[in-house]
Design a protein around this ligand. Sequence first.
Ligand SMILES: [Zn+2]
Ligand SMILES: [Zn+2]
Ligand SMILES: [Zn+2]
Length: 273
Amino acid sequence: MSAPVSPLSIPSVTAPAIRVETILLGVGSSGGSPALGCNCPTCVSTDPKNSRTRASAVMRAGGKTFLIDTGPDLRGQALREHILHVDAVLYTHPHADHLNGIDDLRAFCWLQKAALPVYGNRLMLSHIRERFPYTLMKPNEFWDKPVLTIHEVEAEPFQVGDVTIRPIPLIHGKWPILGWRIGNTAYLTDVSEIPAESRALLQDLEVLFLDCLRTKPHPTHLSVEQSLQVAAQIGAKRTVLIHMTHELEYHALTASLPVGIEVGYDGLSIITE
Ligand SMILES: [Zn+2]
Ligand SMILES: [Zn+2]
Ligand SMILES: [Zn+2]
């Protein structure tokens, strides 16, 4: 489906109404929380909202289930949220905390007795080819490996069934990576810069899930201050912070946020219509 183009050649992205349910499988950074050997308030907290597995999410729309990334905690996350079926994987980028659970896709291929389509940009797919070439082989009778088909996407929206999926090109340090938008929900993790063309794709959002690594600036992520600035600029009705290190304690961070911005936690589910 091609979007209408305005006289300024900025594509209109006001999405047709579609019900989207997002479940945050994990909102942790690469090390997860608690961090091994740490005694900070987040790491010693008994509040489940301070226990963060590696960043990943499920988005359900149009009868399809889309998995965003395959972190090292995928199996436990799928068990916890009763994710028994996946129609496609939408990859953001190939860092280990977003990719290295790829072997757990085997369970879905086995249950579904079908290859699983995965979508990513050129950089993403080159890492899958080089690091996990066995996931691209034909299935055998045991389905003992993930069986994936890879689909390269950049900025153009594409369809899976009746669902229009829009990749959002982002910058993560030196890497070009992707965020994802379905309907009026967008998921942007591991981002240090949102190009102007991509900001135009983030209008009229009901919910924005946004990278917010820690208080101190970081070369490849948004800090708390930067994340709040970006949230204000994009102006989603609701912004949910994700991909946080243990330095950010749930209740302390929550108390510091303006109206409309909240701290994500593992298992948070949000529906947009
Ligand atoms: Zn990450
Ligand atoms: Zn800690
Ligand atoms: Zn990353």
